[in-house]
Design a binder for this molecule. Sequence first.
Ligand SMILES: NC(=O)C1=CN([C@@H]2O[C@H](COP(=O)(O)OP(=O)(O)OC[C@H]3O[C@@H](n4cnc5c(N)ncnc54)[C@H](O)[C@@H]3O)[C@@H](O)[C@H]2O)C=CC1
Ligand SMILES: NCC(=O)COP(=O)(O)O
Length: 337
Amino acid sequence: MLPSAQGSGPLPRATGPIALTCGEPAGIGPEIAVKARLALGSRLPFFWIGDPRHLPPGSGFQVIRTPSDTVDVPPGLLPVLPHPFPDAAVPGRPSGGNATAVVTAISRAVALVQAGAASAICTAPISKQALHEGAGFAFPGHTEFLASLAGVDRVVMMLACPALRVVPVTIHIALEDVPAALTPELLEATLRITHAALIRDFGIAAPRIAVTGLNPHAGEGGAMGQQEAHVIAPVLARLAAEGMRLTGPHPADTLFHAAARARYDAAVAMYHDQALIPIKTIDFAGGVNVTLGLPFIRTSPDHGTAFDIAGQGVADPSSLIAALDMASVMAAARAAG
Ligand SMILES: NC(=O)C1=CN([C@@H]2O[C@H](COP(=O)(O)OP(=O)(O)OC[C@H]3O[C@@H](n4cnc5c(N)ncnc54)[C@H](O)[C@@H]3O)[C@@H](O)[C@H]2O)C=CC1
Ligand SMILES: NCC(=O)COP(=O)(O)O
């Protein structure tokens, strides 16, 4: 368990409802939304933005007119803010005709949280490929789309579970493009946003951040790469001089075992798999994806659409439940402070 405020005891939860987007309806999103409601009841209020036809057959739900109606829905029923889609959902086979509605459900959630009608947003997984092909969706994922909707230049992706928080500096780009994308400006912005969010949203007064290298053995003194010396170390020195508690660049392969994790509050890694493999290995069921640097709270389960098991009733809602809970805690922290 991380030695910090998040997850260390009973923390206040937001009272306002969280807007949960349906995500890709041919995936497991609708199923885990129903399961999450059954697990959480009205203890942690959220409403689902989606088409009720996409819920698993026999699901208990109640249509609401506005988010504030959530509180009146019996705990065993999923509150649904209807968002009509053109096509039915076939498990495992996304429909191009539904792609635009997947995207507008996300925009609608953002509009509701910006208007104060929702306390936070939580997003069920989308298929980036289905949205790209069906709606010409030009963003690599929610993270960049939400930044655009919020009018923010730069946001950060964090994945968090009780044992680890990780941030990839570069996100959804090809591995061969990582070295060129890894600029001092991007690294510095990522560290500043992460540091501020650890204080504001996670309640850690003086966060300790460990930073990986890019290359094996963090470059081995230049024998295995130059980015550590030329890009990463100078940024760390500059920000450490301002008072940030930073260490690194560390070899990534030895930064994620239990003893190493006890020495930091978040690890910042240079590319997607360097950051996400450790957390999805340690706690796939409990991991949460959270976007830092937005003017509102957004979380998501750490997994994807799971097309291979969609429609079978076997999907695990744990990560979604953790994401809803983290959104509620973060929204309460912002409201308090
Ligand atoms: N936040 C988002 O919108 C995300 C979307 N994706 C998208 O999801 C799609 C599929 O990605 P994959 O890499 O296949 O990852 P995935 O997470 O969908 O599936 C990987 C494996 O884990 C299993 N799994 C995932 N969630 C599960 C759950 N809740 N319960 C039980 N088993 C579960 C799946 O059945 C599969 O065998 C891609 O289009 C990707 O872009 C992936 C990650 C996040
Ligand atoms: N690999 C994480 C992922 O795909 C989540 O992306 P996003 O949709 O939250 O931007």
